[in-house]
Design a protein around this ligand. Sequence first.
Ligand SMILES: NC(=O)c1ccc[n+]([C@@H]2O[C@H](COP(=O)([O-])OP(=O)(O)OC[C@H]3O[C@@H](n4cnc5c(N)ncnc54)[C@H](OP(=O)(O)O)[C@@H]3O)[C@@H](O)[C@H]2O)c1
Length: 308
Amino acid sequence: MTAKADKRQRVGVVGLGNMGSALADALIAAGHDVTVWNRSAGKTQRFADAGNSVAESVAALAKRADVLVVCLFDHAANLDAVLTEDVGVALSGKTLIQLSHVDTDSLPQYQAWAEGYDIALLKGLIFVYPDDIRSGNGTVVYGGPRAVYDSVRPLLQAMGGRPVWAGSPIDASNAVGAAYSCVLFPAVVGFLNGAAVCHRAGIDVATFNENIIAPLLTGPVLKGVIDGLAKAAGSRRYRDDLQATLDAWNHDLDLAIDTIERHGVEKGLMGAIAEQFDRTIVAGHGGDDLASVFETLIATGRSVDQDG
Ligand SMILES: NC(=O)c1ccc[n+]([C@@H]2O[C@H](COP(=O)([O-])OP(=O)(O)OC[C@H]3O[C@@H](n4cnc5c(N)ncnc54)[C@H](OP(=O)(O)O)[C@@H]3O)[C@@H](O)[C@H]2O)c1
């Protein structure tokens, strides 16, 4: 028996949209026994043509499978197709891996339904495109009991190649997803802001990317800065290993905004960063590390931790 066959499990995939079909493809490629269901029958055809089983209902799928993987558009779709008595009974004592993007307020309803039928629940959040799931270059973050995560680890590995357990709370993956968005969204929109300045300054955008930004993303400098920020924010100590003060960063920011505006380009996110820096400096952190911005961020709004 091969290592692949040792891990073979009976998996049901609910939802064959862009992402659900990629999850099914990845599970099939890893050698699992996959049965599929989709609301519109057309999307099941290529799976049937390839010799995979197609279930006539989600309840029938849940009955046949050991583990159900769900990837529907949203919570409303889950209410329609998954959170029913029939599915609950059929899935009792088994595991459900929920990969639809469900809003945090709806997760307790999902969890209560699963607990009511003794279903082990993992809530995952996919950070990548469908092709990354197929090629094994995809990070997927999970919340839910560690024992459940460990029990289906080969399946999680098959779906993207890089599963990450974020913690026991069912909304843990949503929290990590939001934190990731805090980094990704400014980075991609910031790139466009920089491209706009280059465009106005007569500098080729592709050259800017290849010579300046690509080396920053793949080289050690940015990683070193982020590692330093993680260490300082994690310990909340802002004078250790100080390389540049927040005042110095703020001076550079002022000069950059002046140059951006001289080229007739919006300052965009740089304006929001300037406001954040100003508040942190007013709070007395001008001589501290840039990481002290962390203090004004956690001082704002509703606190759910024990900062005091
Ligand atoms: N695509 C991505 O790059 C990506 C990346 C990360 C996360 N995600 C998440 O993955 C989930 C699915 O996204 P997707 O890109 O696969 O979307 P999609 O291509 O639009 O597919 C949506 C799926 O949901 C089904 N559906 C919608 N309403 C339904 C209902 N009331 N009852 C039963 N089935 C219903 C659709 O069935 P029909 O075929 O019958 O319409 C289809 O299978 C979303 O939560 C999304 O946030 C997607």
